[in-house]
Design a protein around this ligand. Structure first.
Ligand code: PAF
Length: 280
């Protein structure tokens, strides 16, 4: 596996692959890799001749400096995992390479997707994500790019960014990989204490209940039940939303022609966990 540390080595490498007529699949990451990431590479390997990943903890998408400082950094282990996963090359740029003009994000209009859910609680987050993903796409020039459905709003926003910028990249969503007890795999899970880790199944269990309750009881009743579940737990519910899968706007009534998804964000002390589930 090639480890590409500068923009120049990356661009030379990509140019060679493209000259050979190879189809490039790309999965950007912030490192601290886990089995959830492996499913991105697996999907990429099926549909491309060359799989490239990147590891870059993007400062502009963290609205909480403490979260940025504490974001796990496990480069050696990540490189081993990437090698085992059969990734052909990994781009590990430094901050200067990605932000030559200083740590500023572009301002995007994602047709309102950016104002829902995460947008309300993490101001500027999606401008940071859009800026880094657009820049990575411009440098890596992939044909296909892969993102986890765990960050469903991010996936929707990246699709919108492609629609707006007209970059020739096809975006693929990959279903969330879960631990045996249902907890969505996340780089943040390693920050949970043993007790918190056991109790963290509350998120998946609640989403599963919401799926059962959906269309059986009213949206208000579901909301009340979810609020009560978290009130009686050690987790602090930041938000619970049932939203239209396309607009991400909170549903006030159910339209049979639309698809809906439930979203939960909750804190275990300072660790922020996020998950979502499609409602049948
Ligand atoms: O999902 C992530 O890991 C990050 O938001 C991404 C897409 C790599 C951009 O920094």
């Amino acid at each position: 596996m090639k480890v590409l540390k500068s923009k120049k080595t990356l661009i030379d490498y990509v140019e060679r692959q493209r000259e050979m007529g190879k189809k490039i699949g790309f999965a950007p990451t912030m490192g601290a890799l886990h089995r959830g990431h492996l499913s991105l590479y697996k999907a990429a390997k099926k549909e491309n001749d060359e799989v490239i990943s990147s590891i870059f903890v993007n400062p502009t998408q963290f609205n909480n400096p403490d979260d940025f400082q504490k974001y796990p950094k496990t480069l050696e282990k990540d490189l081993e995992l990437l090698e085992k996963a059969g990734v052909d090359a990994v781009y590990v740029p430094n901050v200067e390479e990605m932000y030559p003009d200083g740590l500023n994000s572009k301002k995007y209009d994602f047709d309102g997707l950016e104002n829902e859910m995460e947008g309300k609680y993490r101001p500027g987050h999606f401008d940071g994500v859009g800026t880094i993903v657009e820049e990575l796409f411009r440098q890596v020039q992939p044909h296909n790019a892969y993102f986890g459905e765990k960050d469903y709003q991010q996936l929707a926003i990246i699709k919108k960014m492609i629609e707006k910028t007209k970059l020739p990249v096809k975006i693929h969503g990959v279903p969330t990989l879960r631990e045996e007890d249902g907890l969505a795999m996340s780089s943040r899970n390693v920050r949970l204490t043993e007790t918190q880790r056991k109790e963290a199944t509350i998120i998946y269990e609640t989403l599963t209940k919401v799926k059962e309750w959906f269309k059986v009881i009213s949206l208000e009743e579901i909301k009340q039940k979810v609020t009560d579940i978290f009130r009686n737990s050690n987790f602090e519910l930041e938000y619970f939303v049932i939203a239209d899968e396309e607009t991400l706007k909170e549903a006030n009534a159910i339209d049979e022609d639309k698809k809906y998804r439930a979203f939960i964000v909750a804190y275990a002390d300072t660790v922020r966990l996020i998950d979502n589930m499609h409602l049948g």
